[in-house]
Design a protein around this ligand. Structure first.
Ligand code: F6P
Length: 561
């Protein structure tokens, strides 16, 4: 059965017909003083205010019909029940299974709880100092070697939740190295002690050259000091992968292999043993709380009606913006320094999932899919790219993300790494900073929506703010492991819903394969000349390769012996 294309559905045509007469956000707010009351919905740990989107009751009913006509409830059931939703790779996508409550996992999916327990056991050994380096010293540093989904999720979560690290985890330092050029590893190896450093080699496929080249470098670094290769591998390398064979081939001992499964997509894998870096950095209970928050969001997504369902609503608003309002750019603006790595995390989640132009059936599509998505901590971005949002020529939709409470929760303060809460004055100053931050967040979405009308109109062209830039605000009660789990799952489900509407497969990533293949083909040619490269390179690539060879030779000549 072929998937019908989005634009063929009556609900889409209805929506397209509404666009030309759509009032501006200023008019919409003036026409309906109760707008915000009617246009906010709740999900676990958060509220979504979408009143600053260019929508009215007709648009919402059209979006509801679209959800209905595309039979998205069935798609959601298919996801949760393990149907083959990733058709091009013939697989289910069951990341939601990983965050089921423990009792359910034990009963229905013991292989999942088994791996989680193995991970917990390993994390406990490192925290308790039972796991030792080759010379008998306690592990002080862990380096996660991974890229894409095997890096971005754990990196983002550990940065976001640092202050919640449990006492047993606080002495350990967790680092991340992903870049193929080795530069991050170079910096780390410069100051880490090989006797007390543990490497996590995280790669679903265990074939990703970026990660394996970093792992090879780490092994070479250890080989210099550890005379016994098998002792070195046993004490300093943990493999995390869906491929036992590949881990065996690389030399990861069986007891050091943490597994997950082909049905966990790389960019959906932080909930699996890929979360080992999170558990090491923050403590296993914090990781379990993250899973619990995600599970609550799964339940909300599975059961709430479309217009009361936060991820579905975010997806539908995105479709309205991209496909009807022709807004092809989407900014992610967390007003929280802890979420610095949330935009890059979402860049992979959204653009690698939905940056597609053929349907699940391989039929080319003639409408826009995933917008260009980028972001930065909101208050910093105000001093960087907000000029374009306010006065540029691009329409941009934005997500503001804000935690209402900060620096005032006894729980978080008690476990704070820094002991910051013990100093009342210090804390009061930070609470004041948080208020400033909130004011900035609210001010920016207000000005983006209303432009000069937010304050007073002007004739000065340089001070003219057109407004009418749509945004949503996701308001968290507070940022903690539970709400972060829910927030991440919320975006995962938004991505899945949009994929269903666009008819694309969000779980494959064929678009990244050709580049890898060509890189492998080019590497041996770099030091050859045009006459003997054996491959008809385009003139640009040939010229650059020749120049690089020239510069490198000069570089070597300059070096003293
Ligand atoms: O090249 C893209 C990609 O396959 C991502 O989808 C994935 O998250 C990343 O590479 C890393 O893959 P792996 O975990 O198999 O090393």
């Amino acid at each position: 059965m072929t998937t019908p294309l989005l634009t063929g559905h009556p609900a889409f045509k209805f929506l397209a017909g509404l666009a030309p007469g759509m009032p501006t956000l200023t008019d919409l707010f003036q026409q309906n003083p109760k707008r915000a009351e009617q246009m906010h919905i709740a999900a676990p740990a958060m509220t979504l205010d979408f009143s600053k989107q260019r929508v009215d009751a007709y648009v919402l009913s059209g979006l509801d019909q679209l959800f209905e006509q595309l039979k998205l409830s069935r798609a959601i059931d298919a996801l949760f029940s393990g149907k083959e939703v990733n058709r091009s790779e013939g697989r289910a996508a069951l990341h939601t299974r990983l965050r089921l409550p423990v009792e359910q996992l034990d009963r229905d999916f013991p292989e999942v709880s088994h791996q989680l327990r193995r991970m917990e056991n390993l994390v406990g050994k490192v925290h308790d100092g039972v796991w030792r380096g080759f010379s008998g010293k306690r592990i002080t540093d862990v380096v996660n070697l991974g890229v894409g989904g095997s890096d971005l999720g754990p990196l983002m979560v550990t940065q976001a939740l640092k202050e919640y690290a449990l006492p047993e985890a606080r002495a350990l330092r967790v680092h991340f190295a992903s870049t193929i050029d080795g530069s991050q590893l170079f910096d780390l190896l410069d100051h880490l002690n090989p006797e007390t450093t543990l490497f996590l080699v995280a790669s679903k496929s265990f074939t990703t050259i970026d990660t394996l080249s970093n792992a090879d470098t780490a092994r070479a670094w250890l080989e210099r000091v550890c005379p016994d290769p098998s002792l070195m591998l046993r004490c300093h390398f943990i493999g995390i992968s869906a491929s036992v064979d590949k881990m065996d081939q690389w030399g990861i001992p069986e007891d050091n292999q943490l597994l997950f499964w082909p049905w966990v997509g790389g960019r959906f894998s932080l909930w699996s043993t890929v979360g080992c870096a999170i558990a090491l950095d923050l403590g296993m209970p914090v990781f379990r709380e993250l899973l619990a928050g995600a599970h609550e969001m799964d339940e909300h997504f599975r059961t709430a009606p479309p217009l009361e369902n936060v991820p579905v609503m975010m997806a539908l608003l995105g479709i309205w913006n991209v496909n009807v309002q022709d807004i092809r750019a989407h900014a992610i603006l967390p007003y929280d320094g802890r979420l610095k790595y949330f935009p890059p995390y979402l860049e992979q989640l959204e653009m690698e999932s939905n940056g597609k132009s053929v349907t699940q059936d391989g039929v080319p599509i003639d409408y826009a899919t995933c917008p260009v998505l980028w972001g930065e901590v909101g208050a910093n971005a105000q001093h960087a790219f907000y000029q374009l949002l306010h006065q540029g020529t691009q329409p941009v939709a934005s997500d503001f993300i804000l935690a209402a409470n900060r620096y005032d929760t006894a729980g978080a303060d008690d476990v704070s790494r820094s002991g910051m809460a013990k100093n009342r004055k210090h804390r009061e100053a930070l609470v004041a900073q948080h208020e400033l931050n909130i004011a900035n967040c609210l001010a920016q979405s207000r000005v983006l929506a209303l432009g000069n009308d937010a304050v007073d109109p002007t004739d000065n062209p340089f001070r003219f703010y057109p407004g009418n830039q749509p945004s949503s605000t996701l308001l968290l009660e507070r940022l903690d492991a539970f709400s972060l789990g829910a927030l991440i799952a919320c975006y995962e489900h938004k991505v899945f819903t949009q994929a269903g509407i666009w008819g694309v497969n969000p779980f494959d990533q064929w678009g990244v394969e050709l580049g890898k293949q060509v890189a492998l083909q080019l590497q041996p040619l770099l030091n050859q000349t045009a006459s003997d490269d054996g491959v008809a390179l385009d003139s640009s690539t040939r010229l650059l390769a020749d120049k690089i060879a020239g510069f490198r030779q000069e570089g070597y000549q300059d070096k003293p012996d």
